[in-house]
Design a protein around this ligand. Structure first.
Ligand code: IVH
Length: 670
């Protein structure tokens, strides 16, 4: 393809992808299927790979991340990032409004907004193009987190419509609650410590070095202020609405996320509405913000040292109830992690009855200085389980005993361990501790692992109690009568269960590997390892160095894998599962030939007999490996028409053998 044509194509594709991104992430609707969208994106990615010199740093392909930032640069804010004065009292809102009326002459309008509980961000655009994104920092200077912010799909990289040449837009980056709870659920499955709350997690995510991890987290952003020399309107409200026409996700008036009013009654109505309804929002807010609308009047009101006089935040009191601590019990998970749980006298809170609250770990208990029968304050945030935030010391019983973390496993009496640097205590008796044994089997049969129909956690518990199973391999040795005669089972259900077991034998290797329940080996990591190592024996015999060479496998995971298979019982389980016919190797498509075995090949340019995808497929089908960039380890460069000059030069410099399309065809046809 000629460069000029490629340029046009890249531009057209970029525009298309950006358009559909905007529809999906800003307007929450779609016009094409996920599949068609992925095709567009892939086509763009391939063209950019082929013509790297035409790839824009704000291309929609940047949304998937990949750039690593070792150290975020400190940048001075062009307009200081101030904070807001806060109040919890409606009286003080009335006082504020009276002061405003006195100072700012003329008719007044107020803009009421939600106070998003996230991380403030200022994003600069130049000529309609994303320039940089800076955190609040100390208000005078912040950190440049552009690479990470670019992965947030609702933030446009190129604007449309009639925008000012240079301006900054500010808003709040937050963790949507469903994404936050999903992330914690994944972490729990992997035996990792849970994140405490959505706000801190959003903040931590924004400072991660690897932007491709940020891209998977699902952060979102609402924009609430436009700053610059040329603003699009005379007031805040119109400016924000204008920003919507440039492609930004702004708070929606239709859902009362933003509202303009000219009276204190209007302000109070907004406050009360959200105090009542905020539990239904899919993200967390901690109050509402009231701003004077008119920019001229804002100027008249001016600033104190820390905050503008033209705005005030009304903060909601987090709903808090007190209850009595009846007991602390301890739960043992499948990985052996021991979690303390506070059992409380039941109390209503945020629409549900709360009986239990998580205490997380020993440090948390110590921080609260929790004593027996304490009266405790309980709050519910975006997390599923409520938390204890404090103790009412005036209610503490005389001579109450301090809560001491247990020393032995509540299930099997083994002395617990706590490793340096880790928050959790562990029960090391993984092969003999009942909830660890059943937990592993429950993980094995779960939907994302072996997905065994007709078998659930209760049946696993029953089978274990009867002494029929103690590991996943035992499931395949079950006898029909053993199952049929279980309580609440019967012939039909037993048949279902055996069918489910039979069908699970066709589950692909990567899911079997995940099902084994190796600590820290989640779904994605299992996939990467399975793909890299091809079969279980290769994984078992891998050295530490072999393992960490696999994409996404770090020190912690590599050690965990080696530990898992150094245990003879675990190896025996694998052998037995193998005999039962579970798949322990990647199903490879049959190769056409092995002429390219072990060869790393780079493809560049345009071809007449193959599309690039077909060509890459042909390489794999003949045993070769596709790599994306040239290095001294590349064995061949297959050069098509119009290959980029930079690539050509590099290939020459590295003395990499080049094949034309015809030479390649001759080679594979042998
Ligand atoms: S306006 C000068 N509007 O609250 C005023 N801030 O304490 C600038 N926040 O750092 C802020 N929602 O992170 C504004 N609708 C909203 C907001 C909001 C949340 C945060 C923001 C800021 C902090 C101020």
């Amino acid at each position: 393809m000629e460069k000029s044509i490629a340029k046009e194509k890249i531009e057209a594709l970029s525009e298309k992808v950006a358009y559909h991104n905007h529809l999906y992430y800003v307007e929450s609707r779609t016009e094409i299927s996920d599949f068609d969208f992925d095709q567009l994106l892939k086509e763009l990615q391939e063209l950019e790979e082929q013509f790297p010199e035409l790839a824009d740093e704000n291309s929609p392909t940047k949304r998937v991340g990949g750039d690593i930032t070792k150290k975020f640069q400190t940048v001075k804010h062009e307009y200081p990032m101030l904070s807001l004065s806060n109040t919890y009292s409606q009286e003080e809102i009335i006082d504020w409004e009276n002061r405003v009326k006195k100072t700012a002459p003329g008719e007044l309008k107020y803009v009421c907004e939600l106070k998003y509980d996230g991380v403030a961000i200022g994003i600069r655009y130049e000529n309609g193009v994303f320039n940089r994104a800076i955190t609040r920092g100390d208000g005078k200077q912040g950190e440049d987190v552009s690479t990470n912010v670019k992965t947030i799909r609702s933030i446009p990289l190129r604007l449309k419509g009639n925008y000012p040449e240079v301006f900054e837009i500010r808003g709040e980056i937050f963790f949507p609650l469903d994404k936050f709870n999903e992330l914690n659920q994944q972490r729990e499955e992997l035996g990792e410590d849970l994140f405490a709350n959505p706000r801190n997690t959003a903040s931590g995510t924004l400072k991660m070095q690897d932007s491709s991890v940020v891209a998977t987290r699902g952060l979102d952003c609402f924009l609430y202020g436009v700053y610059g020399d040329e603003l699009p309107a005379d007031g805040h409200y119109e400016s924000v609405l204008k920003a919507k026409s440039w492609g930004f996700k702004i708070p929606t008036p239709e859902r009362r996320f933003i509202e303009r009013t000219d009276s204190i009654e209007g302000i109070m109505d907004f406050i009360n509405y959200w105090d009542e309804n905020r539990a239904d929002l899919p993200f967390e807010i901690d109050g509402v913000v009231i701003k004077v609308d008119d920019y001229g009047q804002q100027q008249d009101l001016g600033f104190t040292a820390k905050s503008p006089r033209w705005a005030i935040a009304y903060k909601f009191k987090t709903e808090q109830v007190s209850s009595k601590l009846e007991a602390v019990t301890y739960q043992v998970g499948r990985t052996g992690a021991v979690t303390p749980v506070a059992n409380l006298t039941p109390v209503p809170l945020g629409g549900t009855i709360v009986k239990r609250a998580s205490l997380h770990n020993q440090d948390q208990i110590n921080k609260l200085d929790l004593h027996e029968e304490d009266t405790v304050y309980v709050e519910k945030g975006g997390e599923i389980i409520p938390k204890i935030v404090g103790v009412d010391l005036t209610e503490r019983k005389k001579n109450a005993q301090k809560i001491e973390f247990i020393e032995k496993c509540p299930e099997c009496d083994t002395p617990l361990k706590r490793f340096e640097g880790e928050a959790h205590h562990y029960c090391p008796n993984d092969m003999g501790c009942p909830p660890q044994i059943t937990g592993r089997m429950i993980h094995f049969i779960s939907r994302k692992a072996m997905d065994i129909d007709g078998l659930g956690s209760e049946t696993i518990d029953q089978l274990f109690r009867e002494g029929f199973v103690k590991n996943s391999a035992d499931l395949y040795d079950l006898k029909f009568e053993q199952v049929e005669n279980l309580e609440r089972m019967g012939k039909k259900s037993a048949e279902n269960l055996f069918n489910g077991l039979k069908e699970s034998k066709s589950v692909p290797f990567e899911r079997v590997l995940f099902a084994l329940g190796i600590r820290y080996v989640g779904e994605t990591v299992a996939k990467k390892i399975a793909k890299a190592k091809k079969n279980i024996d290769a994984i078992i015999s891998s050295s530490y160095d072999d393992l960490i060479a696999v994409d996404e496998v770090g020190e912690k995971i590599a050690i965990s894998i080696q530990e898992h298979f150094s245990n003879e019982e675990n190896r025996e389980i694998v052998e037995r599962l193998k005999k039962h016919g579970l798949s322990f190797e990647i199903e490879e498509e049959e190769l056409d030939s092995s002429v390219l075995e072990g060869k790393s090949i780079v493809v560049s340019g345009v071809f007449s007999h193959f599309s690039r995808t077909e060509l890459k497929k042909a390489i794999e089908k003949n045993g070769g490996k596709n790599v994306s960039s040239l290095s001294s380890k590349t064995d061949y460069l297959i050069a098509g028409e119009n290959m980029g000059p930079a690539k050509l030069e590099k290939a020459k410099k590295l003395e990499i053998p080049m094949l034309s399309e015809d030479e390649f065809i001759k080679l594979i046809e042998g």
